[in-house]
Design a binder for this molecule. Structure first.
Ligand code: PLP
Length: 285
């Protein structure tokens, strides 16, 4: 079934939505994106995603072409127009079309587009039941990973490398410390039950799910440490997991072939997944 997508104020069948080959998103990767999960036909953790979007576009000196209220209304309408019950909304804002020039255009006409993807992610699939294997790779992305740009070539290459090794994903490292996964936050649980994830900086994306999980963990009395951890520490941890909007919390059971804990999804990971689902399914908007 053809989706209805949003492009610069218009609702169009997906095949009719066209963007110029001069669009700076296409030529320079000059664009920001955001992904919001949809459950039960409603938006999950929307406030966080909208806030991060505004931060990202501010960081690249772009202006949002619609107001915050309009943005929410567009998110709601795209769900309705596509009868989306479970899945995600992808949003992208580029600096728009301009003749190729490294300088930003003086009067940019940003391109705002949104589309939906249906995806079952609430019920526990095999990755949640069994956990996933990951490999480690050097983090060769640019140095402003806190901005959610569409420059995703290296994460794509890393996913392909992981697939080649029979793994589901890659954890990236820099100067001996884990930064994050290709498209999710990396977390571990120490043998004495502390939840560890790298502190926010330019090195990682401020994951909205990460923020939510850390606050749910703190409320549940799980000790949290935001600090760098090495690959060796991860490999000898009791548990490992990744978080993202549409994976929520997923157990990681192997890193570079080394088994984490007893090789099964651990109790803290399962507990955090449940806390996240329970909280967010009762706070959909
Ligand atoms: N880190 C990276 C590099 C990502 O691409 C993503 C999601 O796309 C995340 C972390 C998780 O972010 P969120 O929890 O907001 O989905």
């Amino acid at each position: 079934m053809s989706r209805i997508v949003y492009l610069n104020g218009q609702w169009l069948p997906e095949a009719e939505a066209k963007v110029s080959i001069f669009d700076r998103g296409y030529v320079f990767g000059d664009a920001i994106y955001e992904v919001t999960a949809v459950a039960d036909g409603k938006l999950m953790d929307y406030a966080g995603h909208a806030a991060r979007l505004m931060r990202s576009i501010g960081e690249i000196a772009l202006e949002c072409p619609v107001s915050a209220d309009e943005l929410l209304a567009i998110h709601r309408e795209i769900v309705v127009r596509n009868n989306l019950v479970e899945g995600l909304i992808y949003l992208q804002i580029s600096r728009g079309p301009d003749d190729r020039d490294f300088h930003f255009p003086k009067s940019p006409k940003p391109t705002l587009s949104l589309f939906t993807q249906a995806k079952k992610f609430i019920a526990d699939g095999p990755n949640v039941v069994n956990g996933i294997p990951v490999i480690s790779l050097p983090d060769l992305r640019w140095a402003r990973r806190d901005i959610k740009t569409v420059q995703l070539l290296y994460p794509s290459m890393a996913k392909m490398e992981a697939e080649k090794h029979g793994a589901a994903d890659a954890w990236l490292y820099e100067d001996g410390f884990v930064t994050e996964a290709t498209s999710s936050t990396a977390l571990i649980v120490t043998r004495d039950g502390h939840l560890i994830t790298r502190q926010l900086s330019h090195a990682i994306l401020p994951g909205i799910t990460r923020g939510s999980i850390l606050s749910l963990a703190r409320d549940a009395g799980i000790p949290v440490e935001e600090r760098p951890f090495t690959l060796d520490e991860a490999k000898s941890a009791a548990e490992a997991m990744i978080t993202s909007a549409t994976q929520m919390v997923q157990p990681v059971v192997k890193i570079d072939g080394d088994v984490i804990g007893d090789g099964k999804p651990g109790p803290v990971t399962k507990r955090l997944r449940k806390l996240y689902i329970d909280y967010h399914l009762s706070n959909l908007i």
